[in-house]
Design a protein around this ligand. Structure first.
Ligand SMILES: C[S@@+](CC[C@H](N)C(=O)[O-])C[C@H]1O[C@@H](n2cnc3c(N)ncnc32)[C@H](O)[C@@H]1O
Length: 307
């Protein structure tokens, strides 16, 4: 069976629909929003998730702990037994057009520690979630090594609830460089509009890790770059939709959601998130209208955004 680099049935269908002037059945027209709402909760994720209603979230984006001694919150006896408790909730919470993104790496050593492969294996065999892409986050800056090849990538797995998942490729295309653009513009077989739109960023993303002295840093030990989170938020959610991150860390996802006009539901067991998020907000240069609620009544918050 060829992989999607060689044969892509979906791509052939989309091209046919485009020629016929039709939209894909997953096409959505987002309503413009005048302000966004963001709820910050500070509790354990498992009971938190159980309170969320069915089909209420467009994008779940998480960067879970893997028990790899990075910080004090890595304390599980059997990683997968713990992870199953939250993984089992996610299909239910996602809307039909929704997606789930889980960050991680491949570092499994024993039952106590976990990794993305363990999680992927579980979702594949024990949940109805559908695999869409494995994204390789490639970076040039990292630790050196002597007993193995120095690591320069992490992964994120993208799963969807159904095959009608929302995906806005145009929102995340990368521009062609001027030389390539000129070359392509001379090629009569290519559509000039497509050249202008830019190219598919592919499933290998080169984005620098945050160095210790990065201006984006707010003090969390495993903070992700906004550029990385933004690409998922732009492509897999739409303006006014709801994004959930229940291992929120510093609140990078909330920050990006504010900037990108999405509502967000953020949870982390550590109350330190409040200070981290404040530091994020202080660093933001563009702040579209938004309101933040700390530990609000969940039903009232959801009513506000789902109206
Ligand atoms: C890898 S960090 C997330 C970093 C985040 N992506 C960022 O950019 O700042 C994982 C977070 O999960 C939180 N965490 C660990 N166990 C948790 C639990 N059971 N419930 C809620 N949060 C938890 C930790 O406090 C930590 O901040």
């Amino acid at each position: 069976m060829p992989n999607k680099s060689h044969f892509n049935k979906g791509h052939i269908t989309i091209n046919r629909l485009r020629k016929e002037g039709q939209a894909h059945s997953a096409h959505l027209t987002a309503k413009p929003v005048t302000q966004t709402y963001h709820a910050i909760f500070t509790e354990d994720s498992v009971p938190f998730l159980k309170k969320l209603p069915d089909a209420s979230v467009q994008l779940i984006l998480i960067d879970p702990p893997y028990n790899i001694d990075l910080a004090h919150w890595d304390t599980y006896e059997n990683y997968l037994d713990w992870a199953k408790q939250w993984l089992d909730q996610l299909y239910r919470i996602l809307s039909d057009t929704g997606s789930l993104v889980i960050f991680g790496g491949f570092q499994y050593q024993d039952l106590k520690k976990g990794d993305l492969l363990e999680i992927l294996h579980y979702t594949r065999h024990h949940t109805p979630l559908r695999f869409v892409n494995l994204i390789i986050w490639y970076y040039k800056n990292g630790m050196s090594a002597h007993r193995f090849f120095a690591n320069r990538h992490e992964e994120a797995v993208w799963l969807s609830k159904t095959n009608k998942y929302y995906f806005d490729l145009d929102a995340v295309r990368t521009p062609f460089d001027e030389q390539t653009k000129k070359l392509y513009q001379k090629d009569k077989r290519l559509n000039p509009q497509s050249i202008e739109k830019g190219k598919n960023p592919t499933n290998v993303w080169e984005i620098g890790r945050l160095n210790g002295n990065s201006t984006e840093r707010v003090g969390h030990p495993t903070q992700k770059p906004t550029q990385l989170i933004r690409r998922f938020v732009r492509a897999l959610s739409y303006e006014g939709s709801l994004v959930l991150d229940f291992f929120a860390g510093s609140g990078t996802t909330a920050r990006v959601c504010i900037e990108e006009n999405r509502h967000s539901l953020i949870n982390d067991s550590s109350p330190e998130i409040n200070n981290f998020l404040k530091a994020h907000l202080d660093k933001m240069t563009v702040k579209p209208p938004h309101q933040i609620f700390h530990n609000p009544v969940l039903e009232n918050f959801l009513e506000l955004i789902l109206q």
